[in-house]
Design a protein around this ligand. Structure first.
Ligand SMILES: *Cc1c(COP(=O)(O)O)cnc(C)c1O
Length: 336
């Protein structure tokens, strides 16, 4: 890192000047328009404000050294958004229309997309807008789709600090039926537990392990890594199926790691802590090393508590594909 590099904007607070937006009324979707990023006008009875009918996605576009912009795993994100909309009974405009909205806004802000290691974070959001507080047990018939875009810095520009997690073996992040849905209420539901854990245990995040089943943190998947193997929970409805998780497991297999996807318990996690690295995976940070776990008042170091070599190797393998420094063998990048 160069000393004169300006600090990157805090993730999530700086947006490009334009967004894409479309509205649906009684199942009819209108045009996708570009408009300045500005406050939205919603009826105070809007379904989303009362009954949380909202879903979102998060993906990134990268500007390669050749100047071209490419979106990482667009199809996967679109498909997950479709599934989330279905789970929340939201009117969905179809993946092709969401793809068009994304292309439209990314194309409009093309000149604002930073080069590597920075990127453009893309946040599509769909919410129920029917002005009907009587619809607590009915879907919203009207909806608004918008796509916000935000230039984001290298998450680790300030240096890499291993995270400290609280192992919560009694609490759930969300309900079983909503675990794999990217919906606002899930984050609201996890917030109080996370704030208490920060205050009482000085941790960064909570690792939710209801009845001892190691699931994930509030917004990232959890992986246990050593020189030969990667262990992570097998896909089931209780947790969010991360695109980053899937990408890392695919590259890990290519690199000769043995990938184990299966349920595992807090007991196994703690047994393996001294001999393993751990990391959190998600679009924003890619792969963040975990240095310590706090469980029942006791602190366990993951490996030597420092940033592990395997986590860094996997992280680099993925960011190299995203940035065009390694071959895109799985067809993950869409040029726009
Ligand atoms: C978005 C998210 C993830 C990570 O998913 P990616 O597709 O890798 O960004 C993990 N857990 C939760 C709860 C999430 O919302």
């Amino acid at each position: 890192m160069t000393a004169d590099k300006k600090p990157a904007a805090k993730f999530g607070t700086v947006f490009c000047k334009q967004m894409a937006i479309a509205n649906s009324s009684n199942g009819q979707w209108g045009e996708i328009n570009l408009q300045p990023v500005q406050p939205l006008s919603l009826h105070p009875a809007a379904h989303v404000l009362h009954y949380s009918s909202t879903i979102f996605e998060g993906m990134k576009a990268y500007r390669w050294a050749d100047g071209q912009v490419r979106i990482f795993r667009l199809d996967r994100h679109l498909e997950r958004m479709r599934q989330s909309a279905e789970a929340m009974c939201l009117p969905f405009p179809g993946v092709e229309m969401v793809r068009k909205a994304i292309f439209k806004v990314v194309d409009a802000v093309r000149d604002e997309i930073p080069g590597l290691p920075e990127s453009l974070y893309i946040r599509p959001c769909l919410m129920g807008t029917s002005p009907d507080i009587g619809a607590a047990a009915l879907p919203s018939t009207d909806a608004c789709l918008f796509v916000l875009v935000s230039p984001v810095g290298d998450y680790f520009a300030g240096g890499l600090r291993p995270l400290r997690l609280l192992v919560a073996d009694k609490t759930m992040r969300t309900t079983t039926q909503m675990g794999r849905v990217k919906t606002g209420g899930n984050y609201a539901a996890a917030l109080r537990v996370t704030m208490e854990a920060r205050r009482e245990h000085g941790v960064d995040q909570v690792l939710f392990c209801p009845d001892g089943d190691v699931q994930e943190t509030g917004a990232a998947n959890f992986l246990l890594i050593d020189d030969k193997r990667i262990l992570t929970k097998a896909l089931d409805p209780t947790f969010l199926h991360g695109v980053t998780r899937d990408s890392l497991l695919t590259l890990a297999r290519d690199m000769g790691y043995q990938v184990e996807e299966r349920p595992f318990t807090v007991d196994e996690l703690l047994e393996r802590s001294a001999s393993s690295e751990a990391a959190l995976s998600g679009t924003a940070a890619v792969l963040s090393p975990v240095g310590e776990l706090v469980c029942h008042g006791k602190t366990y170091k993951m490996g030597n508590g420092e940033v592990g070599p395997n986590a860094m190797k996997l992280r680099k393998a993925l960011t190299d594909v995203q940035g065009g420094l390694a071959e895109d063998r799985h067809g993950w990048l869409t040029r726009i």
